[in-house]
Write a protein that binds this ligand. Structure first.
Ligand SMILES: [Zn+2]
Length: 422
């Protein structure tokens, strides 16, 4: 597909990113239009004149389905030997997306995460403890690479047991914690007191302002949100500055739009689905990728002085809410109930079946103490209170469910297939 032009913000482009963005998009369209895997979709757009950001809306969307090609990596437009890393999104078999990175893509990714971490004060004096998994999930490597680039001392706790994390946190006294918000809340709830940590950098799952207050109180930290997704690059798409009033999008590389359900672009400030164009990647640049994440954009000046636009914390997935017995069920509510519970849970999902006339919602959760019926009853009460809906609970031993790495579809909806009995 060829090499993208090197594009970095200059003094002149600082306040109006469009000239930079336009050049990058036109370069990506030209590479896609010449590539055998993409020629059919993108050749008609190779010479599109982009006058204003609104002209982006003429281009076709890219969806998750476009990225699920066989054989994997055949759509990346670079020689296979140029790919130095592969990550995969969470998902069931056949629903996983594969992302390959060239050395230049890894470098871009690292710099984008480092930009966010530096804004929050991570530097060579920082001691960073990470509970994010180093594996197919992009979170672990993404944050690790960037903190290392900034010269911090990094402890990759990864998928160690909670007791191991706690032991190392007590002995090494990190100043920075990388984690999912729910896991950091769980550690603090279960293992208090823990030594205070100055800064918490969170991502990979939706969380609330109430969660932020709890994290800050429990850990004595400033808690900040970040945003990214493996299909686009991993973490590093957007990050909060110290003011914590929305996440600054690295829009020199990830160009945002908000659309409604029909795909029509919405004005700034309106809630809708986030669409991202990532034109500067060497391997598989993305045009108008529908993220499925619901947020809104803010182009007003930030008190920190950065001119990068901001996005609100992800409220939910456009496709993640389901109506069960007339009740809107959001997995984030279940996640909060699980995090608030004193027992320790692993992976979990919501199963909805229709054995007779009525839907039956079942929370299937992995738990160290899965053999205790009183625990299932107690959890049932907590989740019923959170959802306002009766729910069955089935506890499984750890390792029974697929490991999800945080962000995933939590649903197993069997209502339209065969009846299911538990
Ligand atoms: Zn700011």
């Amino acid at each position: 597909m060829g090499t993208p032009r090197i594009l970095e913000p200059t003094q002149e482009s600082h306040h109006d990113p469009w000239p930079l963005q336009r050049a990058a998009i036109q370069d990506a369209l030209s590479r896609l239009g010449r590539d055998p895997a993409h020629r059919e979709r993108f050749a008609p757009w190779m010479n599109l004149a982009l006058h204003t950001p609104a002209d982006l809306a003429q281009l076709p969307f890219t969806t998750r389905a476009h990225l699920q090609v066989d054989p994997p990596l055949s759509d990346h437009g670079v020689p296979k030997s140029d790919i130095v890393r592969v990550h995969a999104s969470s998902g069931t078999t056949g629903n996983r997306t594969i992302s390959g990175y060239t050395a230049a893509d890894l470098n871009l990714w690292t710099r984008m995460v480092a930009r966010g971490l530096a804004a929050l004060g991570v530097d060579r004096e920082s001691v960073v403890y990470s509970t994010l998994a180093h594996g197919l999930f992009t979170g672990g490597f993404g944050f690790h690479q960037a903190a290392t680039m900034l010269g911090a001392t990094v402890i990759p706790g990864g998928q160690a047991r909670s007791a191991t994390h706690v032991d190392l946190i007590r002995r090494l006294q990190p100043t920075v914690l990388f984690s999912t918000p729910s896991y950091a809340l769980h550690l603090a709830d279960r293992f208090s007191p823990l030594p205070p940590v100055t800064l918490g950098v969170f991502g990979a799952e939706p969380w609330s302002e109430a969660d932020r207050k709890r994290l800050e109180a429990l850990w004595g930290m400033r808690a900040h949100d970040t945003y990214g997704l493996s299909e686009v690059i991993g973490p590093g798409v957007a990050f909060e500055c110290p003011y914590g009033q929305g996440m600054h999008i690295n829009s020199d590389h990830f160009i945002p739009e908000i659309i409604d359900e029909s795909g029509t672009p919405l004005p700034a400030g309106t809630w809708g689905e986030l669409v991202l164009t990532a034109p500067t990647r060497h391997a598989r640049p993305l045009i108008r990728y529908r993220t499925g994440d619901r947020t809104r954009l803010d182009f007003s000046p930030c008190p920190c002085g950065r001119t990068l636009p901001r996005m609100a914390r992800i409220r939910d997935r456009v496709d993640n809410m389901k109506v069960v017995r007339g009740v809107n069920v959001r997995p984030t509510d279940v996640a909060e109930a699980l995090a608030a519970h004193p027992a320790e849970f692993g992976s979990w999902l919501l199963e909805v079946t229709r054995p007779g006339a009525l839907d039956v919602l079942t929370l299937v959760a992995e738990c160290e103490e899965s053999g205790r019926p009183e625990l299932a009853r107690d959890l049932q009460k907590a989740v019923r209170a959170a959802l306002g809906l009766t729910v069955q609970v089935r506890l499984e031993t750890l390792g029974t469910l697929p490991h999800t790495g945080g962000k995933t579809h939590r649903w197993k909806d069997l209502r339209l297939t065969k009846p299911h009995r538990t």
